[in-house]
Design a protein around this ligand. Structure first.
Ligand code: URA
Length: 191
């Protein structure tokens, strides 16, 4: 357990000093991720917006407030899970480029390898695309796969991954809100 903390702290330092893509120029604070290092449930979002960049913490803006409510529907508290993102530096337009994803995801892979969650909740299309391609899962639109568990395995991991709509989707499209809330109630049975 102490080792997990130490390994994550070392990795965090790399992320804070990272200049592997152009996003470092626009960041105030890198957003490494946070939560229970021994969590069975890990959430993977897209990347920091303005508020996250100011605070150096994931999901602290409007989408984060909603995420806390959604977690509660699943019977979870933020402190019980680990929250990370595909991209660790301020992403002003929410549209990461291929090379930014390629530069940043080795950090995410390492976080997953260290934490070894049993369940990985993928928040939104970017996280789903990255993980589905990595584990060669079939490509499908979110409307067909949301809240469905998929099994993945590698040398370092055996887990279920669950695609979910990104909380910000409910803020952009209020019509989706009830679907997203129902998904988080359903996820309780999978976790
Ligand atoms: N949206 C994300 O995907 N991640 C954050 O950390 C904040 C907003």
């Amino acid at each position: 357990m102490v080792q997990i903390k130490t390994d994550l702290l070392k990795l965090k330092e790399h992320v804070e000093n990272c200049k592997k893509c152009d996003l470092w120029k626009g960041r105030n604070k890198a957003v490494f991720g946070e939560g229970d290092e021994n969590a069975e449930v890990m959430l993977i979002g897209l990347g920091p917006g303005y508020n996250e960049d100011q605070q150096g913490r994931p999901f602290v803006g409007a989408a984060g407030k909603l995420l806390d409510k959604l977690l509660a529907l699943a019977g979870l508290k933020r402190e019980e899970v680990y929250i990370a993102n595909v991209i660790k530096s301020y992403l002003p337009d929410n549209k990461p480029k291929k090379e930014q994803i390629a530069a940043c995801t080795p950090y995410l892979d390492k976080q997953v390898e260290i934490i070894k969650p049993k369940t990985i909740v993928l928040l939104g299309n970017v996280a789903v695309k990255y993980v589905f391609e990595k584990f060669k899962l079939p490509k499908a639109p979110m409307r067909d796969i949301h809240v469905k568990p998929f099994s993945v395995a590698s040398l370092f991991l055996k887990a279920k991954v669950i695609p979910m709509y990104h909380p910000a989707a409910a803020l952009r499209n209020p019509g989706l809100r009830s679907t997203i809330e129902e998904d988080w109630e359903k996820i309780k049975d999978v976790l």
